[in-house]
Ligand binder design. Structure first.
Ligand code: SAH
Length: 374
């Protein structure tokens, strides 16, 4: 990238880069929009909630984090209650999920004494928010830029809407073959998505996409595969488990899922770079393959709806509603509906668990297996 002029917007800087170096592959564009040290979307703001651009499950209801807390407790027990063990959240947003999780997990004797909390976060603004949110837990917490600085001891990873923020590449089939989709400049000198003139090497085209027709778009993400591989290596070497929740598909397929959101509305991916959230569906089959290649056992993906039901959202809701008045009860029921209903987050969001191969099945899969045998 040319020497940045801090007076310039990110859009102007990207235009300048394209003028000098040529069009940008979509993953580089996405990375600049989200992670540019000064103008990147996550680097400079708190994007969550009603006043922000989008709302995530932990921000909808405390039940989400509490049920993940129960999952962490039960996984820790399945791992024979290692002391110490490391609980790592990837991309923790406001820190709400970790705070709810730790509060729920406190009921299990020994958990708080053994747990070492780690937050993997690249945004200084969100890290400051997380520090505030977690201050009340009384547990010492360490922040990391990536997972390479984690201790080599048993680790439980959790991540909600983490992978969807890592950049994707796209290729599109023409009559002549497959070309990478890139951000270049149109005749009006504005940003425009087009195809790179060179064809991509055959080896890049995923097997399942090869027979496609002209016009087909295929998405894949070396950045996600690389992250998944490092996570899997950590669990394989140190022991532990991971729970990943994201929106996405369970089977690879063609199509362009890259989308931009601003103030809860979809906008064009080229609209005000760095000012809008950019995400793409997570290819769970690709993640699962990375974990299996590293020798981990995998469970799911299942829908968020099925996972939360298995972890006892109905019982949790009942407990919470016992305490409050009619208005509070309606609020809790509505939040639960948003988390599990097929028309809301329940089906689009999926849960994938991967564990060290020697760990017995984690919840809710252990219970599901038992019921299936009956
Ligand atoms: N898990 C939170 C936030 C999801 S948004 C929730 O459910 O509310 C994505 C989060 O990932 C943000 O905190 C963002 O700053 C962080 N993030 C994005 N890319 C990252 C990366 N490469 N490494 C670590 N954190 C990242």
């Amino acid at each position: 990238m040319p020497q940045p002029d801090s007076q310039q917007t990110l859009e102007q800087q990207i235009i300048e880069t394209i003028r000098q170096d040529g069009p940008l592959p979509l993953d580089r564009y996405m990375n600049l929009c989200l992670a540019h040290p000064e103008h990147g979307y996550y680097m400079s703001r708190d994007p969550f909630g009603r006043g922000g651009d989008f709302t995530t499950a932990p921000e909808i209801s405390q039940m989400f984090g509490e049920l993940i807390g129960i999952w962490c407790v039960s996984s820790w027990q399945t791992l024979q209650a290692p002391d110490p063990f490391h609980l790592v959240e990837l991309g923790p947003g406001r820190g709400t999920l970790m705070a709810d999780l730790l509060r729920a997990a406190k009921v299990m004797p020994g958990f708080h004494d053994s747990v070492r909390v780690h937050m993997v976060e690249t945004s200084p603004v969100l890290r400051a928010l997380q520090e505030k949110t977690l201050a009340a837990t009384g547990l010492s917490t360490t922040w990391h830029h990536d997972i390479s600085s984690l201790p080599q001891e048993p680790t439980i990873f959790i991540g909600n809407e983490f992978f969807d923020a890592l950049p994707v590449q796209q290729i599109q089939k023409s009559e002549a073959g497959w070309h990478e989709r890139v951000v270049g400049l149109g005749e009006d000198a504005k940003l425009q998505v087009g195809l790179a003139s060179d064809r991509v090497p055959e080896a890049i085209v995923p097997d399942w996409a090869r027979d496609g027709e002209a016009g087909d778009i295929t998405e894949f993400s070396p950045a996600r595969a690389d992250y998944a591989m490092h996570l899997a290596k950590h669990v394989a070497e140190c022991g532990g488990a991971m729970l990943l929740i994201d929106y996405g598909h369970t089977r690879p397929g063609t199509g362009d899922t890259l989308q931009a959101v601003s103030q809860h509305n979809p906008v064009d991916i080229l609209h005000e770079p760095g000012e809008c959230d950019l995400t793409a569906h997570v290819d769970f089959a690709a993640l699962e393959a990375c974990f299996k290649d590293a020798g981990l056992a995998t469970y799911g993906p299942v829908t968020q709806s099925r996972f939360l039901a298995g972890m006892g959202i109905a019982e949790r809701m009942e407990m919470l509603t016992k305490r409050g008045g009619a208005r509070e009860r309606m609020k809790i029921a509505e939040a639960a509906r948003r988390l599990v209903a097929g028309t809301e987050m329940g089906h689009l969001f999926k849960v994938l668990i991967a564990t060290h191969k020697d760990m017995p099945a984690p919840q809710p899969f252990a219970q599901m297996e038992k019921e299936a045998k009956r």
